[in-house]
Design a binder for this molecule. Sequence first.
Ligand code: RRO
Length: 298
Amino acid sequence: MPEFCGIELAHPVINASGTYDALAARKVFGDALLADFPFSAFVSKTITPEPRSGNAPQRIWETPAGMINSIGLPNKGLEGFLAEDLPQLAELPVPLIVSVMGTSKEEFSRLLDGIAGREEVAAIELNVSCPNVHSGLIVGEQPSETLALLEALRPLTAKPLIVKLTPNVADPAAVAIAAAEGGADAVSLINTLKASAADPVTAAPALAAGHGGLSGPAVRPIALQQLRAVAAAVELPLIGMGGICSGADAAEFIALGATLVAVGTESFRDPRAGSRVAAELAGGPVASSRPHQYSTST
Ligand code: RRO
C-alpha cells in the first residue's frame, strides 16, 4: 500500500486532473463504478473562483501520438463546485484531491478558504500550469512567484499542498525547489506542452484558440526527463504523468523518482485504463506493448 503525504492508497495509480469525469462515469455505470474504481485517489477538474465556460470550439485536435487541447478551464466555480460536485465526489471510494487555479494570491486564498476545511478533501493540487488561460499569471513559470504563492497559502491549511508544474519552462527543477522552500508537500508533473496545429487543407488554425497543450505518448520522454531533473533537485514526493498508457510506462516514471503516477489522455481512449495500468504495474515488469516503429538497431 503506497503512502502519499500521510494518505494511504491502495495502489500508485491516480488520474490526471481534467481527464476523467467521475460524475459522468457514475451516471453511466452506476454503483458498479464505486465497486471497481480505476484510480486509488481522484483528482478533480481544476476549479476557479468564478464559473467559466471555457474556450470556443474547436477545443481538441488529435495528433499522431496524442492530442492537443485548448479546453480553457470550464468549471462551475467555487460555489457551484461546493454545492453540486463535492457531495457527489465525496461518495467515491477513494481520497479526493481538489485541483484549483486562481489568477492572483487572493484568488488562490479564496479557493483554499472554501475547500481546505472540508473533511471530504484529502489534499489540494495548485494548478499553476494551465497552458490555455491568459491570466498574466506567471506564478508557475518563475521560481520567485511560486515561492511567494506558497508563502501566502501555506499558513491557510495543514492539508497536503501539491504544486502542478508546467513543462513549458527551461528549468522546471528551479520551480520545484521554490515550491519546496515555500512548504509544498508534493509536486506533480507534467502539465501539457504548448502546441499548435493547422488544418492542412483550409490553412485555418486547427484550434479556435490557435494553440493548446499537447498530451499523450508523444510527451512521455519529455515528462520522464523533467521528472528525473526534479527528483534530483527536491526531496518531495512526486506524482509523475505524461503519456502513461501501460504498466511498463508507469514503471519508467517510478524508476525515475515518482511515488505516484497519473493516467491522463489514455483514459479518453480506455476509461478502464487506470485499473489496467495498476494491474500491469502490480504484475511486475511488463514488456512494452508498442514495438519500435523507428529503427533502434544502432
Ligand atoms: O482546461 C484546460 O484547458 C486545461 C487545463 Br486547466 C490544464 O491544466 N491543462 C490543460 O492541458 N488544459
